[in-house]
Design a binder for this molecule. Structure first.
Ligand SMILES: Cc1cc2nc3c(=O)[nH]c(=O)nc-3n(C[C@H](O)[C@H](O)[C@H](O)COP(=O)(O)OP(=O)(O)OC[C@H]3O[C@@H](n4cnc5c(N)ncnc54)[C@H](O)[C@@H]3O)c2cc1C
Length: 307
């Protein structure tokens, strides 16, 4: 969608001071699936403190937005998005002690979150080894593995609330579900306050983390673009097994394929479009429903229009 030049100028003159503002940006460059159309407005805040002002301005301009971190859990329509995408590109501030907890900016990558925690003498972060993306995306998704998930170590979150104010709110297990954190509506995460166990064994934990990552690389199709596991595990089942038992290993639509290495991954095998991935997701869901009467729910966030 092309924006009128007046709106472009307003955005550049207001938000240009606290962020990088671009227009008509291909989102395939910002998703790990490497698919998706263009964002009509693309905003990269200079720092987390810029976010309240950015959100207030977009609200005044009646412009909707999507916030993204590493784009590692997103399937965005090939049509693109005719509103603003706010991308957390700048690496967040270092992990710091606040109120007896450790504060991590939503802008931090999970990789740096782990290495900073170890550097400061803390453990409790192995569960997120090898999970891509930002701390903000990790909190929002309650990301994790069989070893645990973000809610296990999270005590409070710092958000920009619906009044564009920065607020710290307590968070507990009741506020989370499997791959989902229930944060106040229309708020965005600036960071998290974590309780991590102090450890004298951080070198050993570092080695364990290296092993976990190596193991993940051997089991996951890391040589192709993907968004990790596409489906949530239904209660009492493994999604990969249901897909596998439908004989869908290697099943292909357009450039998208059910991975032969891990059947809960859909990979961008060759120039896939988001529609290829979307159609494949629907095919898999139908097969699993027909064979097992189980409704698969996507873990990947599907955004924009799909026909
Ligand atoms: C190879 C691979 C392996 C993976 N393995 C795992 C795994 O083992 N476990 C797992 O849980 N996930 C896994 N994932 C999925 C993904 O990495 C996680 O969900 C990750 O936490 C998403 O972080 P992100 O920064 O990329 O978020 P994005 O994909 O950018 O966004 C995901 C959602 O979070 C929202 N969001 C992002 N930042 C904020 C913010 N600051 N405030 C409010 N909302 C926000 C977005 O709007 C969107 O709805 C994998 C992905 C890949 C590609």
């Amino acid at each position: 969608m092309s924006l009128n030049s007046e709106l472009k100028n307003i955005l550049l003159n207001t938000l240009g001071k606290i962020s990088t503002v671009r227009f008509d940006v291909p989102l395939s460059e910002h998703t790990t699936f490497r698919t998706g159309g263009r964002a009509s407005i693309f905003i990269e805040p200079d720092e987390e403190e810029s976010l309240p002002e950015i959100l207030r301005t977009l609200h005044e301009l009646k412009t909707d937005f999507l916030i993204i971190g590493g784009g590692s859990n997103l399937l965005i329509s090939d049509e693109g998005l005719d509103y603003a995408v706010i991308k957390i590109s700048k690496e967040g501030k270092k992990l710091e002690k606040k109120e007896n907890l450790l504060y991590a900016s939503a802008f931090m990558s999970k990789e740096n979150f782990i290495s900073e925690a170890l550097r400061l003498g803390y453990g409790g972060v192995s569960f997120t080894a090898g999970v891509p993306g930002s701390v903000g995306g990790g909190i929002f998704m309650n990301a994790g593995t069989f070893m645990g998930c973000f809610i296990d170590i999270l005590k409070k979150i710092r958000i920009v609330n619906s009044d564009y104010e920065i607020e710290d709110i307590e968070i507990s297990k009741e506020d989370s579900n499997y791959r989902k954190m229930n944060i106040p509506e229309k708020s965005i995460i600036l960071g998290g306050f974590f309780e991590l166990p102090a450890s004298a064994e951080t070198a050993a934990i570092g080695k364990e983390i290296d092993e976990i990552i190596k193991d993940r690389w051997s089991k996951h199709p890391m040589e192709f673009p993907s968004a990790g596991s596409v489906f949530k595990n239904p209660e009492g089942h493994s999604a990969w097994k249901l897909v596998n038992d439908c004989g869908l290993k290697g099943y292909t639509i357009g450039g998208a394929m059910v991975s032969e290495k891990h059947t809960n991954f859909i990979i961008n095998k060759e120039n896939a479009t988001s529609s290829d991935v979307f159609n494949l997701i629907n095919h898999v869901k139908k097969c699993v429903m027909d064979k097992f009467s189980i409704s698969l729910e996507t873990e990947v966030k599907i955004i924009g229009n799909f026909n």
